[in-house]
Design a protein around this ligand. Structure first.
Ligand SMILES: C[S@@+](CC[C@H](N)C(=O)[O-])C[C@H]1O[C@@H](n2cnc3c(N)ncnc32)[C@H](O)[C@@H]1O
Length: 265
């Protein structure tokens, strides 16, 4: 399937070094995702279930960090009249079209996919598409890897949430990630937890006393082993937003604690 031209009403420069393999981009990422489909299936199903409860007012979607849509639900995308997807990675658009193109054609959903540093150009995207619903698709947790300093990553996350004030948006992203015992079970019951705290230190295990009893039980259920990485996203949803928690068995020994929420305007 061929790629459509960039959105005519929004032509922005591509990211410098776009397409270079990164933590979750490049053909290696797609190969890993393809191989991991069955291990990721339960989490993909949980994300789909969460998305089925996200019913935004807009029929237009800005999908940021869309990648190949490996964990995205075609059925949820079909509710939109137009999906504008963005990713730094040049391999993502053809993979996304392969995975979701037929379903989107069936629902007559227009798909535009642009290789773009959508974080850098977020203000322009929000201005250009003032009515669109915005979904950050497992990308906000990656920002800590972009910056050399943690406070710079936190400042960017705060700037993003400020920009989104008054807007309807959602995000699924890493809150924490780290090693688990190989025997840790893949499928977990999703806990009811309140908003999380950013512990900032690299160690979740070391910071466990800051967690509630339910959160600590959840850590134990996930099989948390040693120091976990704080992705600095714990506090980005406005107070009172209902948050869904999920455990993503990224590999046999490495798990991501995902949080997802829909922020209404
Ligand atoms: C974990 S993957 C997302 C997986 C995706 N949700 C799926 O279902 O396959 C994160 C994606 O965010 C993209 N990304 C990271 N920073 C970005 C940025 N500034 N602008 C656009 N995409 C970005 C990466 O290239 C990567 O493809």
């Amino acid at each position: 399937m061929t790629q459509t031209a960039p959105a005519a009403d929004l032509v922005l420069p591509s990211a410098p070094g776009a397409g270079a393999p990164g933590a979750s981009g490049g053909w290696l990422w797609h190969w890993r995702a393809w191989q991991a489909q069955s291990r990721w299936a339960a989490t993909t199903q949980q994300i789909a279930q969460w998305l089925s409860g996200v019913s935004p007012g807009s029929t237009e979607l800005l999908l940021i960090g869309a990648s190949g849509g490996w964990m995205m639900s075609s059925a949820w995308l079909q509710r939109f009249r137009c999906v504008r997807a963005f990713d730094l990675d040049r391999w993502s658009a053809p993979v996304f079209r392969y995975r979701h193109g037929a379903a989107l054609q069936q629902s007559r959903t227009k798909l535009e996919y642009q290789q773009l540093d959508a974080m850098r150009y977020l203000p322009q995207l929000l201005r250009t598409y003032p009515e669109a619903f915005v979904l950050f698709d497992n990308v906000l947790g990656q920002l800590r890897f972009v910056h050399n300093r943690l406070d710079a990553a936190e400042a960017q996350l705060h700037a993003i949430t400020r920009m989104l004030r008054g807007r309807e948006w959602a995000s699924v992203h890493d809150a924490y990630s780290g090693r688990v015992a190989p025997s840790a079970s893949g499928a977990l019951v999703v806990p009811q937890l309140g908003p999380l705290q950013t512990v900032r230190q690299r160690s979740v295990a070391g910071a466990l006393p800051q967690f509630s009893v339910a959160e600590r039980r959840w850590c134990a259920q996930m099989g948390v082993k040693g120091a976990w990485l704080d992705h600095l996203t714990a506090g980005i949803f406005p107070a009172g937003t209902p948050i869904q928690h999920m455990a993503w068995p990224f590999s046999r020994e490495y798990r991501h604690w995902l949080q997802a929420a829909w922020v209404r305007a």
